[in-house]
Design a protein around this ligand. Sequence first.
Ligand code: HEM
Length: 395
Amino acid sequence: MTIRTDLDLTDAAAFVRHDAHEFWREVRMSRPVYWHDGNPGFWVVARHADVLACYADAASLSSARGTVLDVLLNGGDSAGGKMLAVTDRPRHRELRNLMLRAFSPRVLGAVESGVRARASRLVARVARRGTFDFATEVAEHIPMNTICDLLSIPEADREKLLRWNKLALSSEDAEADPLDSLEARNEIVGYFMDLARQRRRDPGDDVVSMIATARVGEGPLTLEEVALNCYSLVLGGDESSRVSAICAVKTLAEHPEQWRALRAGSAGIDGAVEEVLRWATPARHFARTATRDLEIGGRHVRAGDIVTLWNTSANNDEEVFDRPRRFDLTRSPNKHLSFGHGPHFCVGAFLGRAELRALLAALVETVDEIEVCGPPTPIYSTFLNGYSSLPVAFR
Ligand code: HEM
């Protein structure tokens, strides 16, 4: 892997071929906010303090045109103003209050015990199997099933949702056709439109029914809005948790002394979850569009400019993290930005953490040693960071 000082942040393959951490270290030191050329170009924000301030300033930095660089460079997000993540205030607050009801302690208490049981079962199943793919045998079954339980998605539909979702955001192929991912997104929205129609007619005690029958502001959501907001739970809930779990196992195998500390109890599981989230940084960046002229890190940003906030860099900023490239399960404080910050802070953070906690607890209970048995397959994406396969053996 080579080190570059001029990484093209619009090229998914660049992140796989080059050591981005060295690149970001140089950026934080010499040009912490810079203009990335392109058509259109965009601002790159690299320091933790600046990224944090941008997340907090939702009035100057809008999410409504889209929050992923690829989408913004291709004309913007058609779900803007309808789906939580790509909606600004005041509508954002109304939608968020509705979605937070889906994540109330009453609902989540039941979901969390289900996650624990599922993680233990999955890990026990592979524990003495020899080499297996952790991604397909374990990691992909935890988040998707958790979200599907929350939404009461029939078992028979879950596999196709997972397949569409894998296609929708990222790719295992450097030359992937963007039309495939558009098609997959349309399939998911279409699926939820049908489900929303059905649950509106015959509501149950699940999150789809709750969103489909709620009054938000003036009245009920349109079927498309219901579908998009259900989709946003699948979208947000599946991939990032999946890649974090894969990263957890890979990184623990590469740092046996940390794994031993976790097993011995000298490193706690809650702290380990936070360090895994920082190390994994599943969403490399989130993006905004400036609503007015403003200063970021001393640079003049104009209304209409695209601004990208690089979590990968912020989570390794030496100003905030002591020896950031050291994987340390006892790191404290650990103010990583993997869940974002401010008004759009991840609504699924509790669930994401619970899933990782359940996985680590199941590993500690069942596994003595983790061995990586072959090269993992990297995901080609300028947005999602991680691997789609990981051959391992648990002993
Ligand atoms: C928002 C990361 C798990 C649903 C976000 C944001 C980040 C993030 C960085 C902020 C986006 C922005 O500021 O534009 C993650 C990571 C996860 C995770 C790293 C797991 C490790 C989940 C889960 C769910 C979920 C489990 C759903 C069950 C959402 C939604 C939003 C969001 C709906 C939009 C919130 C808003 O705009 O108000 N997530 N997420 N996420 N996440 Fe997550």
